[in-house]
Design a protein around this ligand. Structure first.
Ligand code: SF4
Length: 364
């Protein structure tokens, strides 16, 4: 029996816990609508409200029948994670949010507002198992993988924040970098499912070329990424051209033979006709000499590459110190002379521990 809005069995799920709306992909939403006796275009409407209009309640979906709105509210939540704390660094227009997930685990995500487009830095895991010496997340250990829904929601969350800005109500996240907590290629399936959702032309409609997957360098997974159809940007944390030094900085990832890693990067560059970004944190007296720079040139010189030189960000308990400005400049000069494009990047939001390697996922 159907009620006026075409529902069947109204009330049967009233006592159930609310489902996470973001766990539904589009076919699943269409299926859910069909089970409620709704025509397919209702799924399009709901999808548009959630992903394009950034609403946070079914009540706001004014072109849906009131009974359908009520039914959806009984079944699903549009806010599967809550903001446990939020910090904003006004000078750099950088906001870091600590999100509390349904199981009370917490993750951090960062929004960087820029005149040419807003960038969200997303987490893919609660904690991380890689234990990189220059990263606060790695030092806290691994808790669990995020689901595709939890990854996608971080973008939706920031779009809602942006939509509330009176000065630019149509602003949205235009770029995504997977540089938050966790190693995205160790949560490969969920990360790829989330990316597919971010690029859905009927939803957030992001350009895959504006999505950067940042990895500590796992050759097998980079090769898998090379076989994916979407031309995502790839950033690899290299940090040293020397196997031993790299392993000191990246105790687990550094075990991978560097040449294997570079071969995987070559395969990725070929498959997607892309330039690879190499991240290189400059650490005083460890990897920042001109000889290191020359070795780096020999290692990546034949690749289409860009090097980001990042003066090391402070993380509690780390013995490493950032390079001096003079050493940084000398290192950059060597790369420039060899015609390797490079940029010295100062992380944004250092004051609120939102810079590269500073996310911890806990309230301090
Ligand atoms: S740098 Fe990335 S891979 Fe390494 S510990 Fe931190 S989050 Fe994990």
């Amino acid at each position: 029996m159907s009620d006026q809005a075409g529902f069947t069995g109204a009330g049967e799920t009233m006592s159930r816990q609310l489902g996470d709306f973001f766990s539904l992909d589009r076919p699943a939403l269409e299926q859910a609508m069909a089970e409620m006796g709704q025509p397919r275009f209702r799924a399009d409407q709901v999808w548009g409200w959630v992903y394009r209009q950034s609403v946070d309640s079914f009540e706001a979906m004014t072109n849906l029948p009131a009974l359908l709105r009520r039914r959806l509210s009984e079944l699903y939540t549009l806010t599967p994670a809550t903001v446990a704390s939020s910090q904003t660094d006004e000078p750099s227009q950088t906001r870091k949010d600590l999100l509390r997930l349904a199981d009370s685990e917490t993750i951090e995500c960062v929004l960087m507002r820029e005149p040419h487009g807003h960038t969200a830095c997303l987490s893919t895991q609660v904690g991380c198992s890689m234990g990189c010496s220059i990263c606060a997340t790695g030092q806290a250990g691994f808790r669990r993988d995020l689901t595709p829904a939890e990854i996608v929601f971080q973008v939706v969350h920031f779009n809602r924040q942006l939509a509330r800005l009176p000065e630019e109500p149509r602003a949205r996240v235009g770029n995504v970098v997977f540089m938050g907590m966790g190693e995205p290629l160790l949560n490969y399936q969920a990360t790829m499912a989330a990316i597919a959702r971010l690029c859905d032309p009927y939803g957030l409609a992001m350009n895959p070329r504006n999505i950067t997957v940042s990895t500590v360098g796992l050759p097998e997974r980079i090769l898998a990424l090379a076989r994916e159809p979407l031309p995502l940007r790839l950033a690899v944390s290299l940090h040293s051209p020397d196997q031993e030094v790299r392993q000191r900085i990246l105790p687990k990832a550094g075990r991978v033979p560097i040449h294997e890693l570079i071969q995987a990067c070559e395969a990725y560059a070929d498959s997607h006709n892309q330039r690879i970004t190499f991240e290189y944190a400059l650490i005083r007296g460890v990897n920042d000499s001109e000889a290191d720079a020359r070795r780096l040139v020999r290692l990546i010189g034949s690749l289409p590459a860009h090097v980001n030189l990042i003066p090391l960000n402070p993380t509690p308990g780390s013995a490493f110190q950032p390079s001096t400005p003079r050493a940084t400049q000398a290192f950059q000069e060597v790369l420039k002379r060899s015609r390797i494009p490079c940029t010295v990047r100062h992380s944004r939001g250092i004051a609120i521990q939102a810079g590269c390697g500073q996310l911890r996922g806990c309230q301090l």
